[in-house]
Design a protein around this ligand. Structure first.
Ligand code: SAM
Ligand code: SF4
Length: 317
């Protein structure tokens, strides 16, 4: 289906839980967030029903995110059921990968052909610092497992944070020479729990090209990343710049929160409840939400924060 600005909406991101085993500094407060009651969360059957309605309206690509999607029981079965919907061409996950290794093979068999893994640093102590509780070795094990079961592409998402990981840009880019992975740098967004970051934390992605001038342009990934490669690399480097050069004109996505609200735009307050709707009523609400997509989001900067009323752990990125 086309939105009011002629954009073809083909991609649904589903946050299947707001819970997470990590407490990333830019995403959650140290004590975690007040837990949503289980009964307020969409059941897996409800998620499937809403996804089916989206697919009838033209969505082809589904991504499960969170919180941490692997923290929700029944994920593998959900993936299998979503993958069986006629018209679904692609199912993927965005995950911190800490719980991925034991289920990577089952996920692959259930139809998950690729994953995006969040990895902000290659230093174990810094990893602990940014996630507050996580172990780098768990994430690496998850990434290795994804590669071992043949997931492709495996994309590593690094939130670029000035003064924290900009010194690691060459090492992170260098991973694409060593492994068949795409490394994507994402500008830190002023949303949710980022108030403790000063203006210096907000670096434009162009800094990656300054630090690694050998990178040469390689088009786009059909999504929001501008791609680059190193000579002889096995993987690519992606730059995702929601602040310095927003990509609203190409936005083809809708988001579903774990409590059953549609978000037409990541950075807008607007939400459309769909829980409890079925059949034509559900489709009508989805169409309405698609038509509510704004032409572009507000300009974001350290001073001008996102207008979203939610934290990232509730939206899923
Ligand atoms: N737990 C999973 C993970 O970390 O990949 C999925 C959910 S997480 C909210 C999705 C993505 O949002 C992660 O790549 C995370 O780094 C990113 N993210 C969270 N807060 C962010 C922020 N303030 N700015 C930019 N990216 C952010
Ligand atoms: Fe959890 Fe992902 Fe948020 Fe980190 S970014 S706290 S892993 S939901």
């Amino acid at each position: 289906m086309l939105d009011s600005y002629g954009r073809k909406i083909e991609y649904l991101r589903i946050s299947i839980t707001d819970r997470c085993n990590y407490r990333c500094v830019y995403c959650m407060p140290p004590e975690g967030v007040e837990k949503m009651e289980h009964c307020d969360m969409l059941t897996l059957e409800e998620i499937e029903e809403i996804a089916r309605a989206f697919v009838r309206l033209g969505v082809k690509k589904l991504r499960l995110t969170g919180g941490e999607p692997l923290a929700r029981k029944g994920l593998v079965d959900l993936c299998r059921r979503l993958g069986a919907i006629e018209g679904v061409e692609d199912i993927s996950l965005t995950t911190n990968a800490s719980l991925l290794a034991p289920v990577a093979a089952q996920l692959r068999e259930a139809g998950v052909r690729r994953v995006n893994v969040s990895l902000d640093t290659l230093d174990a102590e810094k990893f602990k610092k940014i996630t507050r509780v996580g172990r780098l070795s768990d994430a690496i094990e998850g990434i290795r497992a994804a590669l071992a079961v043949g997931m492709s592409p495996v994309k590593l998402n690094t939130v670029l944070i000035g003064g924290f990981n900009d010194d690691e840009i060459p090492a992170l880019v260098g991973l694409t020479r060593l492994y068949p992975v795409d490394v994507r740098f994402i500008e830190l967004m002023p949303i949710g729990h980022t108030t403790e970051f000063g203006a210096e934390a907000y670096l434009p992605c162009s800094v990656v090209l300054e630090r690694v001038p050998e990178l040469t342009p390689a088009g786009t990934d059909g999504g929001v990343a501008k791609l680059y490669t190193l000579p002889d690399a096995l993987g690519r480097v992606g730059l995702i710049s929601p602040l310095s050069s927003h990509f609203c004109a190409e936005c083809n996505r809708m988001r579903l929160t774990s409590d059953g609200k549609l978000k037409p735009c990541l950075h807008s307050r607007q939400e459309i409840p769909v829980r409890g709707l079925h059949g034509e009523e559900l489709e009508a609400a989805i169409k309405n939400a698609i038509l509510c997509k704004p032409q572009m989001h507000v300009e974001l900067s350290a001073e001008h924060r996102s207008e979203s009323a939610r934290n990232m752990n509730q939206i899923g990125g």
